[in-house]
Design a binder for this molecule. Structure first.
Ligand SMILES: [Fe+2]
Length: 182
């Protein structure tokens, strides 16, 4: 699926206005009912299945269908920022920060269906849906070199751009791997 370049341009122009982003998508026929059908099935293995609506350099749009109560790995978003729209079911988000060489949980947040949150550069978080949630992710620019943090093995993985927020099984999705000191 490739979106009209004019739509992408408009989204980039309204990147700081989440209501406008949803409005532009709706005008293009991508209302919540349609989005729900585009990604209706969770993945049996990973925390969510991914459907990429745009992988244009300036704007990535990804729809995630979640497996209930399966938390994704803590991750960043490369140099990108943008919005997560919680379209179906409620979500729990956990934020992390580095403290003395360890990645520690510093807060949890509940997000009701129908709300959205801003994704900021450099921020590290994980997420979980309470049900078969659907979330819409809009990033500027496209996410590249996302880092996933493996709390059990104490390592950071740079993952391929077609990988979500989990430790990939497929070696070709592991772009780089760094052990944490200590
Ligand atoms: Fe994220």
């Amino acid at each position: 699926m490739e979106l009209n370049p004019k739509l992408l341009e408009a989204l980039i122009g309204h990147r700081s206005e989440p209501e406008s982003i949803l409005g532009l998508l709706k005008e293009a026929g991508l209302d919540s009912a349609r989005l729900s059908k585009i990604n209706s099935t969770a993945d049996p293995v990973t925390p969510y299945s991914r459907v990429v609506l745009s992988a244009a350099p300036g704007c990535e749009i990804m729809l995630a269908r979640w497996t209930p109560e399966r938390v994704c790995a803590p991750h960043d978003h490369g140099v990108s920022s943008g919005w997560v729209f919680y379209l179906e079911h409620d979500f729990e988000e956990r934020s992390y920060s580095w403290q003395e060489g360890e990645l520690v949980s510093v807060g949890t947040f509940s997000h009701r269906a129908g709300t959205c949150t801003e994704v900021r550069k450099e921020e590290i978080h994980s997420c979980m849906s309470n049900g078969s949630g659907l979330s819409l992710h809009v990033y500027f620019p496209r996410i590249e070199k996302m880092r996933v943090y493996d709390l059990n093995e104490r390592r950071t993985l740079v993952v391929a751009d077609d990988c979500g927020a989990w430790i990939p099984d497929r070696p070709e999705q592991r772009v780089a791997e760094m052990a944490w000191p200590g």
